[in-house]
Design a protein around this ligand. Structure first.
Ligand SMILES: [Fe+2]
Length: 300
């Protein structure tokens, strides 16, 4: 073979193999990540939070449903669901089934854009371009049925809500917003300094836009929990995420980081999520995940 032709063909072969891996294996390689967060008072007993995000479930995804159902065996003190549960008009029963055993535990949730709007085909070339979140939305999904299912089971809806919840024997102050990616966030309605009388204060949102998380940090919430980024979804080994699909820096695309506003600094945990749009069922160097956050006492 001519050398000038051999190199592009080799690159094409490597690309095809990578795509086959990304679509055929990694997108279903669910894993539980365990992260410790030193956010409690020194000497305080740990609090275990299961963070689930971006299921993007369709009714036929039995393997994903079974994997999520099994997470109940962790017996977390609190479940935090940061949205984008749905990827199909008829997926609400499947989501409620997958989360069924976890709905029996204390839990909070916020919605993501994909709980409201049907997934639509998007030109793969646009993956790396800014996404307003509004451009391609057409059909509505039964978000209110999902909300009713969660609330009916006892989970707390934190879409532009501030409240208290008992978890792990503690009084936890929780605040959350609806999805900033589609401008449903109204943090102004729930803003204010953290409750000094609570044992712990947590802030929850789907898309970690700076306008929301900075305000949460400035109010003194020591731990923020978010999803939406998919961890970048298609990552470069050794480099990480190429995009966060919001204005969060790439280095914070997934996992635990420190987030500072200049006035205050808090912990931020971003989940890489468990799913993808049905129109982009690929992940690379960014496996689907749920996270068990173990909140521990700060070092003295
Ligand atoms: Fe998502």
């Amino acid at each position: 073979m001519h050398r000038a032709l051999a190199i592009p063909l080799t690159a094409l072969g490597v690309g095809a193999a990578g795509l086959a891996y990304a679509a055929g294996y990694e997108v279903r390689a669910f894993r539980l990540r365990r992260v410790s967060v030193p956010v409690l008072e020194p000497g305080e007993a740990p609090l275990r939070i299961l963070h689930i995000s971006d299921l993007h479930l369709t009714p036929d995804q039995k393997r994903k449903r079974d994997w999520v159902r099994a997470l109940a065996g962790l017996e977390p003190d609190l479940v935090v669901n940061t949205g984008d549960n749905l990827a199909h008009r008829e997926a609400v029963p499947a989501v409620l089934d997958a989360l069924g055993p976890l709905l029996e535990r204390p839990g909070v949730f916020v919605m993501g854009s994909n709980d409201y709007y049907e997934p639509t085909f998007k030109n793969p070339a646009r993956y790396l371009l800014p996404d307003s979140g509004m451009r391609s939305h057409k059909g509505l999904l039964p978000a209110e049925d999902l909300r009713d299912g969660f609330v009916g089971a006892g989970w707390l809806d934190l879409d532009n809500v501030r409240a208290h919840i008992k978890a792990g024997g503690r009084e936890v102050e929780v605040v959350g917003t609806d999805d900033a990616h589609i401008r449903r966030d109204r943090y102004d309605l729930v803003a204010g300094p953290v409750d000094a009388g609570a044992d712990l204060s947590l802030a929850v949102t789907h898309a970690p836009y700076r306008r929301v998380i900075d305000a949460m940090v400035d109010d003194g919430f020591p731990l923020l929990i978010a999803g939406h980024t998919h961890g970048g979804q298609l990552c470069v080994p050794g480099f990480g995420a190429l995009v966060t699909n919001c204005d969060l820096p790439r280095r914070q695309a997934k996992g635990l980081s420190r987030h500072s506003t200049g006035r205050r600094t808090s912990w931020l945990h971003v989940s890489a999520g468990l799913g993808t749009s049905p129109y982009a069922p690929v992940r690379f160097a960014c496996p689907p995940e749920a996270t068990l956050l173990t909140l521990e006492g700060r070092a003295t």
